[in-house]
Design a protein around this ligand. Structure first.
Ligand SMILES: *[C@@H]1O[C@H](CO)[C@@H](O)[C@H](O)[C@H]1NC(C)=O
Ligand SMILES: *[C@@H]1O[C@H](CO)[C@@H](O)[C@H](O)[C@H]1NC(C)=O
Ligand SMILES: *[C@@H]1O[C@H](CO)[C@@H](O)[C@H](O)[C@H]1NC(C)=O
Ligand SMILES: *[C@@H]1O[C@H](CO)[C@@H](O)[C@H](O)[C@H]1NC(C)=O
Length: 499
């Protein structure tokens, strides 16, 4: 009897929940619908308001409506849909990805997201005063043509992993120095040593993006001849992830606490970037540093600029051969004092002042440090010390605001009749050299035409883009590829006349 009553009660609960859920659903739908139509009509309303203002009496008690905002138009967008006003310090801009605004009088700047960049669908003809900007947080491996002359010179502002770009996002995957020094997941060395005795390999490799310009898998193969590597991803897979850490799409839940504990058991972690470019440093490096697993690093030749201290990672390029590297890893594996030196940065103030400076000066901040700094006492402390800064919540809004400021400044110069400076991006701001391969000894040195075919083709795509740009016309993908192929053949037969 009691059971039946409980059941009826349970059913009642479910019914109440269902009704509530439906009501909430309805509200959300209404809200969305409303938002959509308001987004579509915002432009129109703004225009009407401005007209109203200029046509009507001055006695109106209405506040002066804002002048029309400059439009930042995402041409190749990171958003599926956006039409918003950004408030950037003293300035405001409208941000949209509606290509119909291409020829709108207020459209000042086009933003291209490099992964989605299509050289045959450009906003051409380019009007006088139309600025172009490029953003990419990745290496150029999906957009080789952008890494070749003269592509960057078509752009006015660039934001990339490269510190030379106008709005560098080099440390985008690094939360803050507190995060690096966090000990939440670090396993005591005695426990790591015990796990080693029970057969856990010294080194973790986790990669499902195989066959990349850095040739990293070949390097791991060479290393495995000397020292065991547990490889859980689809590249060189030799071990299965525990069930609880597997996802249907086979991607590991890389931001999951369970995963952190799992990965922190390894004494070393391979941190091999997909491309070898200055300043290209990603979460592949930061994560093991945080977890207290010594990173074995291959990637940015200047990675020392970003490490918390000079002895916090093992650099592949410091060794004459993969055999010597393996010897060194074995030494650390068996010598606790040497091993601990590599984790000393956790307990000391960060030595790398350059890194601290970058983190202090960037104007966006990721979530973790935000959360920390939003604790009431922290905010109070910061505000009394005058340290409270307003930071954007993502690199994309940060870049939008950077551009919004530029657009306003350029417009102000124009208004004053001052000849402002010219902004033209250069290739260095988003450059990676031709990919190479590892030789037998584990030196990254072999140039291989067929390996770098795509990179080389990028060179001719860049020239094709120049041609299309000079004619100020859009093409089709097929035609564009044909032009690039013709240019390549012309060079091969020595008849190149584009120089
Ligand atoms: C324009 O002005 C008229 C009359 O003052 C007013 O009724 C109308 O709502 C205004 N329209 C907008 C878009 O502000
Ligand atoms: C780390 O090494 C670099 C290059 O060898 C050097 O310039 C720098 O001063 C070193 N930093 C520290 C804190 O020792
Ligand atoms: C923007 O870039 C274009 C193409 O390089 C250039 O012609 C133009 O002068 C630049 N605009 C400014 C304001 O620097
Ligand atoms: C160059 O790379 C390709 C593709 O990986 C490979 O098939 C070929 O054997 C390589 N050639 C040389 C000379 O190493």
């Amino acid at each position: 009897m009691a059971r039946i009553i409980t059941r009826i009660k349970a059913w009642k609960k479910i019914l109440v929940y269902a009704v509530l859920l439906a009501a909430v659903g309805q509200l959300v739908w209404l809200y969305r619908k409303n938002q959509k139509s308001s987004a579509l009509k915002r432009d129109e309303k703004l225009l009407l308001k401005t007209l109203n203002h200029s046509n009507h009496n001055r006695k109106s008690t209405m506040r002066t409506p804002p002048p029309e905002l400059p439009i930042l138009l995402w041409w190749d967008s990171v958003y599926t849909s956006v039409d918003d006003i950004r408030v950037c310090g003293d300035f405001r801009c409208r941000v949209s990805n509606d290509r119909k605004l291409q020829n709108h009088a207020e459209t000042k700047i086009f933003i291209f997201y490099a992964s989605h960049f299509k050289p045959y669908v450009l906003p051409l003809p380019r009007k006088r005063g139309h600025l172009w900007s490029l953003i990419h947080e990745e290496s150029p491996r999906n957009a080789y043509l952008l890494s070749h002359v003269p592509t960057l010179s078509f752009f006015n502002f660039t934001s990339s992993y490269n510190m030379k770009s106008d709005y560098p996002i080099t440390t985008q995957w690094l939360q803050c120095t507190d995060w690096l020094q966090d000990n939440t997941y670090v396993l005591p060395l005695v426990d790591k040593n015990r796990l080693r005795q029970f057969g856990l390999a010294p080194i973790l490799y986790l990669q499902s993006d195989c066959d990349v310009p850095s040739d990293r898998d070949n390097f791991v193969k060479l290393l495995q001849a000397y020292i065991p590597v547990d490889s859980y991803g689809s590249c060189l897979h030799n071990k299965d992830m525990p069930k609880r850490l597997r996802f249907e799409d086979s991607m590991a839940p890389l931001d999951d606490k369970e995963f952190f504990r799992f990965a922190a058991r390894y004494k070393f972690t391979l941190a091999l970037e997909n491309y070898v470019c200055d300043d290209y440093v990603t979460e592949k490096l930061w994560r093991p540093l945080r977890l207290g697993s010594i990173p074995i690093v291959f990637g940015a030749p200047n990675v020392l600029d970003y490490l918390p201290s000079n002895t916090s990672a093992i650099m592949v390029e410091d060794f004459r051969s993969v055999a010597e590297l393996a010897e060194f890893i074995k030494l650390l594996d068996t010598n606790d004092n040497l091993y601990k030196e590599y984790l000393a940065f956790k307990e000391q103030p960060i030595e790398n002042l350059h890194l601290k400076e970058i983190l202090k000066n960037r104007d966006w901040s990721p979530e973790f440090c935000d959360r920390k700094s939003h604790s009431a006492s922290h905010v109070l402390k910061q505000s009394t010390q005058g340290l409270l800064t307003s930071k954007y919540d993502s690199i994309f809004t940060g870049f939008e605001c950077f551009l919004c400021n530029q657009v306003h400044n350029i417009a102000a110069d124009e208004y004053k009749g001052v000849k402002g400076r010219e902004y033209i991006s250069n290739q260095e701001q988003y450059y990676c050299p031709s990919p190479r391969k590892f030789d037998q000894n584990g030196r990254y040195s072999v140039h291989n035409e067929s390996w770098s075919k795509e990179w080389t083709f990028g060179k001719f795509e860049a020239l094709a883009m120049k041609q299309v740009f000079e004619q100020q016309r859009r093409t089709q993908e097929k035609e564009f590829i044909r032009i690039a192929n013709q240019l390549m053949e012309a060079e091969e037969t020595g008849k190149a006349d584009y120089k």
